[in-house]
Design a protein around this ligand. Structure first.
Ligand SMILES: *[C@@H]1O[C@H](CO)[C@@H](O)[C@H](O)[C@H]1NC(C)=O
Ligand SMILES: *[C@@H]1O[C@H](CO)[C@@H](O)[C@H](O)[C@H]1NC(C)=O
Ligand SMILES: *[C@@H]1O[C@H](CO)[C@@H](O)[C@H](O)[C@H]1NC(C)=O
Ligand SMILES: *[C@@H]1O[C@H](CO)[C@@H](O)[C@H](O)[C@H]1NC(C)=O
Ligand SMILES: *[C@@H]1O[C@H](CO)[C@@H](O)[C@H](O)[C@H]1NC(C)=O
Length: 265
């Protein structure tokens, strides 16, 4: 089952239908270039990375050592990753997020001033890495969590959203809570009430009237329920958590022989 929540910017007066505000999530895993080692001035937009190794993330720069050396002895040190890209003109004036699901261990990221062009990331998986501003090392048992496959070893995404947008659930970095979907009143008749909360942020300089719509799809991507929240007016730079609820019937709950997955988009 998939749950899609979307915002619509409503013209005043309301009742004119629902034009979902645009939001695009790009897969940003392809066309990276890798250099293993440290180097000077390679974050500059003008740097020519043509002779760096072309790779696709997730990519640990020491991954070829897997099962050849003991995991305690995987190579450590610095590697640089770069990616050239150009945003479509439709992204002009929009809110843009670059999401790295994870790196090992620590990194510094460089981007040219206009959000169009190149990213360079200097990733360091040394055991004795010291965080730059505090000079402190890791406070957890870093040697035992998982093998030290260094670099950008998780997916990368680029999000382009309207300036009135549903936030991402990246609380530790952005302080925002994203979308939260939960069931209540689950009963044996394959029925539950479902609530989809969404934090929204109006980064326009004027107040905006918005609508909120939730679509629930089953495992074959067929929309089995859609429902709307209220209309809201958000002041300039206001964030708010909005919510909509509905009862869903004839669900397939997880159980023996039924591995139903639940997720939201
Ligand atoms: C990104 O796109 C590539 C190429 O189509 C695909 O193999 C990969 O699974 C995608 N990754 C994600 C996280 O969507
Ligand atoms: C890992 O490296 C250390 C130091 O070089 C060496 O003593 C040890 O035998 C290595 N461990 C394995 C399993 O190869
Ligand atoms: C809001 O106003 C500020 C200051 O005038 C300006 O820099 C910014 O671009 C404006 N934002 C939008 C989305 O219009
Ligand atoms: C999704 O719903 C459609 C229409 O009700 C149904 O034909 C299809 O079998 C359902 N798929 C699943 C996986 O339940
Ligand atoms: C908007 O609000 C955020 C906190 O929610 C604050 O950090 C930021 O400075 C505000 N921006 C403006 C232009 O007031």
């Amino acid at each position: 089952m998939r749950i899609l929540t979307s915002l619509g910017l409503l013209p005043a007066p309301v009742h004119l239908g629902f034009a979902a505000s645009s939001r695009v999530k790009y897969n940003f895993t392809s066309d990276w270039r890798l250099f293993v080692g440290d180097a000077k001035a390679v974050q500059a937009s003008s740097f020519d990375d043509n002779d760096w190794k072309p790779i696709t993330t997730p990519h640990a720069w020491n991954e070829d050592e897997a099962f050849l050396v003991d995991i305690a002895n995987l190579s450590t040190g610095i590697a640089w990753y770069r990616k050239n890209f150009k945003l479509p003109s439709s992204a002009t004036g929009k809110k843009v997020f670059l999401e790295f699901e994870g790196i090992r261990h620590s990194g510094e990221f460089y981007l040219n001033g206009n959000w169009i062009g190149r990213i360079a990331a200097r990733i360091d998986n040394s055991w004795n890495y010291h965080e730059v501003s505090t000079g402190s090392t890791y406070q957890w048992s870093d040697k035992n969590l998982y093998a030290n496959y260094g670099g950008i070893n998780k997916n990368v995404y680029l999000h382009v959203a309207d300036r009135l947008y549903q936030t991402l659930p990246l609380y530790s970095h952005l302080g925002t809570t994203g979308v939260y979907v939960y069931p209540s009143k689950i009963d044996d008749a394959r029925t539950t009430s479902i609530t989809a909360e969404s934090q929204v942020w109006n980064e326009y300089n004027s107040s905006k009237l918005l609508g909120y719509r939730v679509e629930v799809s089953n495992a074959s991507s067929k929309v089995i329920k859609s429902f709307n929240g209220a209309h809201y007016t958000l002041q300039p730079n206001e964030t708010r958590i909005i919510a909509a609820s509905s009862v869903l019937l004839d669900l397939n709950f997880w159980g023996w022989g039924w591995g139903w997955g639940y997720g939201y988009l």
